[in-house]
Design a protein around this ligand. Structure first.
Ligand code: FE
Length: 196
């Protein structure tokens, strides 16, 4: 058995760490529970979907969003921890953006909620940088050979939100209807938004 296999699970290790922090009086368990519940239940990719739908329906908003993401996102009421500096990357016919955190799992919480497990997976973090086309293909996204792929490495300072391309067949749709089409994966860049 390898050394790694003998180590306690991350969940157990996290619990032990939390117990220590509480014991030393460094964190209040009630505050911690409230924080986790908020991000699990109330903050999720729907926030990001609203940002995307607004950008699709309001050209001036889209310009503000691409020029400086954080204040434009705050216009819709979204902001806070892990979202202090959000840069928005626009998908085009020529370029496809995909986001990773090679170091850990930095992610724009106020617009996407908590990161999915694959985003934290060491295999995704290492491979998407080296062979993005293959990784995206394995995740179900087959990009045209001529399309350039840009991989963006998140950090504690900068988080990224991908603005997907608006799908065909949605002319005349309002922002609420459009938001319903936008998925978390499209806003990380591992998927596109499918036509309805
Ligand atoms: Fe990170």
């Amino acid at each position: 058995m390898s050394a790694a296999a003998e180590r306690p699970s991350p969940a157990l290790r996290t619990e032990a760490m939390e117990a220590l922090l509480v014991e030393r009086g460094l964190v209040d368990p009630a505050v911690m529970d409230r924080f986790i519940t908020t991000y699990e239940r109330d903050v999720g990719p729907l926030n990001g979907a609203k940002v995307v739908a607004r950008a699709w329906t309001d050209p001036e908003y889209r310009e503000r969003l691409l020029a400086d993401g954080t204040p434009a996102i705050a216009e819709l009421g979204f902001g806070g921890p892990q979202g202090e500096h959000i840069v928005v990357l626009e998908q085009t016919d020529d370029v496809h953006h995909v986001v990773v955190c090679t170091l850990c799992s930095c992610y724009p919480w106020p617009v996407l909620g908590l990161p999915p497990s694959w985003y934290k997976d060491p295999a995704y973090r290492a491979r998407v940088v080296r062979e993005p086309r293959t990784v995206l293909y394995e995740m179900g996204l087959d990009l045209p050979a001529g399309k350039r792929i840009e991989v963006w490495d998140s950090s504690a300072e900068v988080r990224y939100l991908v603005l997907p391309q608006r799908p065909a067949g949605t002319d005349g749709w309002d922002a609420d209807a459009l938001a319903g089409l936008v998925t978390r994966d499209a806003m990380v860049g591992v998927a596109t938004v499918a036509a309805p």
